[in-house]
Design a binder for this molecule. Sequence first.
Ligand code: UN1
Length: 508
Amino acid sequence: MTSIAQTTELAPRIQNALAACGVTNDAYGEDRATRSPLTGEPLVSLRNTTDEEVEAAIAAAHSAFLSWREVPAPVRGNVVKRWGELLTEHKEDLAAIVQAEAGKITSEALGEVQEMIDICDFAVGQSRMLYGKTMPSERPGHRLMETWHPLGVVGVISAFNFPVAVYSWNTALALIAGDTVVWKPSGTTMLSALATNALLARAVAESGAPAEIHQLIVTDRGGAQRLIEDERVALVSATGSVRMGREIAPKVAERFGRTILELGGNNGAIITPSADLDLALRGIVFAAVGTAGQRCTSMRRLIVHESIVEELIGKLVAAYSSLNIGLPLDENNLVGPLINEASYDAMQRALAQAREESGTVLTGGERVLAETYPEAYYVEPAIVRMPEQSRVVHDETFAPILYVMTYTDFDEAIALHNAVPQGLSSAVFTQDQAEAERFLSASGSDCGIANVNIGTSGAEIGGAFGGEKETGGGRESGSDSWKAYMRQATNTVNYSGQLPLAQGVEFL
Ligand code: UN1
């Protein structure tokens, strides 16, 4: 039987949404075909940015920086304020594009745009709070203080799974900090990028800021390479694989540029005997299955006390069997497709390796809807019971696989939790305060995000986002992440009329 691809006629709807966001016809061309992971159907084809245009974009961003840095920070905030308003106005349009390109269910696609609106609010407030400290000088008649200045051009390299939110974390802060931005989005989510960029262009124009403060380049690896190598790019903020980070970090460091790296996550949760299992169940399922396991923060490892493992597995398997998998446009479906065939293959390889290492697949792992959508990759989320010592649980596989292991003693659980090379997000489910505190303490979770009675994903923008070890060490979004987009100067002012030297040094 030959199956015929069912189309959802996404292309015309997405073209309308792109036009509503202000994407103009010059973006289109024959260089790059885009496809939706929902059905495999083609969307819109695009024109690539040429090498000369990439060079011009970096040069324009650099020269715009020289004037943008002089604009008072609260005035710079006006651009971001307007961007947030336009994102609010076009929330549905942009979410529809994100959904068509990244495969998210409607609620998560809308949530991604909400995350952009939230960081705009945050950054507008921050534009009036670029605080520096004043310290007491050890010398009479002296003032010692610090000031924070704009840094330069920020190169943002973003991933398909949060095609626009992570860019906006970087860009909202970079712009209020007085930096300019050149964006190289994932090749698979260029339409979301074009729409986001068009809304920002409108915000920039309406606020009277220079148009060149933000640039979008539609390229493959070559464009990213230019950002990494160009000395005018003061900071490279990159989200993606550990392999990518290993290429970027030494190259940027070689020229003493700065990086913010947000690389792999292999996020685990410890479930203790006192945990509220129904609450834990909901937290686990959202974190493990949401975005079809394709968040950096997706839950991939469960470390469960041996006394409750059978009960929890029973509940999890039942919950998984009630999940609807299919076209995310249908609001009854909670699990959309993997981004592409390569992701599906990686998932199958990981499951085969898990079986080889004495793992037992308790549920899921199979491809579904292949006849209906031969070019789209829908899978049943998998739960795999693994022995405590195994190789495969150390890898991040960007797919919905949840490995379940057990522990007897809480210290052993923490050791097992920290035994992987990545360090992004983590969680403990417990009603025991001492266990919660130990998990959050210096010898507890070694991740950048450590939660209690909440899953590993779905962080709010107000906190700093990022992680340790192979995750790369960068911090984006809230708290004092803004400092990474600025340079710090220490100023000593002498109004004493004398020239006393510090540390009591006598000279001349
Ligand atoms: C990512 O997967 O790169 O915490 C970002 C979360 C989202 C952001 C994820 N707020 O899951």
